[in-house]
Design a protein around this ligand. Structure first.
Ligand SMILES: [Zn+2]
Length: 109
């Protein structure tokens, strides 16, 4: 069972309660500031963040700059680089030798 903690989008307080639903989505009301809004599931937010990370990795940004821009931890980005098998900016310099590209499994020969 996975529990997700929701926070107020305005004041980031944990003191929120369910306040009905609209359009199939649950609404919440913050007890601290009175703000009302929709729950943003953590999975959706994470997927959006990771898509941005993948895009920045394609543009060959450094891990630190991606971490700074997206708020995703550097180790998480490094893990995604490893998992995807992509050549990260810090892990592999620009391939200059023919042998280096073959070792990385590039489709180009
Ligand atoms: Zn609030």
């Amino acid at each position: 069972m996975v529990y997700t903690q929701h926070y107020c989008a305005k004041c980031a307080s944990e003191q929120i309660r369910r306040n009905g639903q609209s359009g199939g989505r649950a609404k919440y009301q913050c007890k601290a500031c009175g703000h009302q809004g929709y729950f943003q599931p953590a999975a959706v937010e994470k997927a959006r963040q990771y898509a941005q990370v993948d895009q920045l990795l394609l543009e060959r940004n450094s891990l630190r700059s991606i971490a700074r821009a997206t708020g995703v931890a550097r180790n998480t980005i490094a893990r995604r680089v490893k998992k995807s098998g992509a050549t990260g900016p810090a892990l592999a310099p620009a391939p200059t030798k023919k042998g280096a590209t073959q070792a990385l499994g590039s489709p180009r020969t």
